[in-house]
Ligand binder design. Sequence first.
Ligand code: GH3
Ligand code: MG
Ligand code: MG
Ligand code: MG
Length: 313
Amino acid sequence: QEGQLDIGLLVKHLSNIYNFRSEKPFRVLVVDDSKAQAMSVERTLNGAGMVTQAVTEPMTVLSVMQTFQPDAVLMDMYMPGCTGIELAQVIRQQQRYDTVPIVYLSAEQDLDKQMDAMGQGGDDFLTKPAAKEVLITTVRNRCLRNRGLKDQMIRDSLTGLLDHINTLGALNEAIQAAREQHQPLCFAMIDIDHFKDVNDTYGHAVGDRVIRSLALYLRQRFRMSDSIGRYGGEEFALVLPDTTIDIAEQLLNEVCHGFSQIQHEAGGEMIHVSFSAGVASMYSDQEDASTLSRAADEALYVAKRNGRARVCV
Ligand code: GH3
Ligand code: MG
Ligand code: MG
Ligand code: MG
């Protein structure tokens, strides 16, 4: 029975990831000393839905990258003042760009020179003039994979949720947005009840499975715009933008009840597991991530003390 539930959730979860990735257009930096060449490449990529920025002055590449934040760089080989290889190395020396894909686009036909470029910071080598389809597909695949890698780096491996640091990052961003747009914001903390007993009675593997099923359940029940994190071992956190405390409390109550109804297979037995939650909301510009998380933690403590399997605000 749990197997069935998981497949449905998994499909939904995968389509969420797909939506998440295709949500924002890919950003491609086009480095070429020839304005005409750069514009022609930009037109092709723009036609495929990508956002581009041209760099015709090689020396400005780092400052443009800083503001443009590209998903990939398309690099010319021969430019006045420096080569594409030298520029690629300058980019790679910056730790924050060590995974950004660099695709060479050059008239260079010599295989040795092409391989040399690939060995020094490049990921692909396309020769000019490149067929539009090849250019678009190469750049798109590189962007897609790089976003996937970045996405994996900020996620917890057991559950695929945001890890602790990135949950706080999401909270900080949401606080900023709520202030600017004068919108409500809630933060909730969830802690599984008597989880030590689950581990002690049925084993760590069963405990892990319960953690994963709660993660999937939360992903299914909350919106794409909500951030869901694994805050600690059996603790989760939710950042709920544009959500009032009344709505948040109601949602958490539904999810709390729903999760407690799920049967988990544990050594041939079917067991139920519950969680407790504390919800806090942002009332003024004075609140920050630490006051919000402290308030949610205090509410969670009250929920535990009052008997667990409940939500307190
Ligand atoms: P309470 O209702 O008060 O929250 O009781 P509890 O037993 O859940 O609380 P406690 O903090 O004492 O125990 C949490 C347990 O969660 C202890 C730890 O071994 C277990 N745990 C933490 N991370 C993981 C994990 O990744 N996998 C598994 N299986 N267990 C974990
Ligand atoms: Mg050139
Ligand atoms: Mg705990
Ligand atoms: Mg617990």
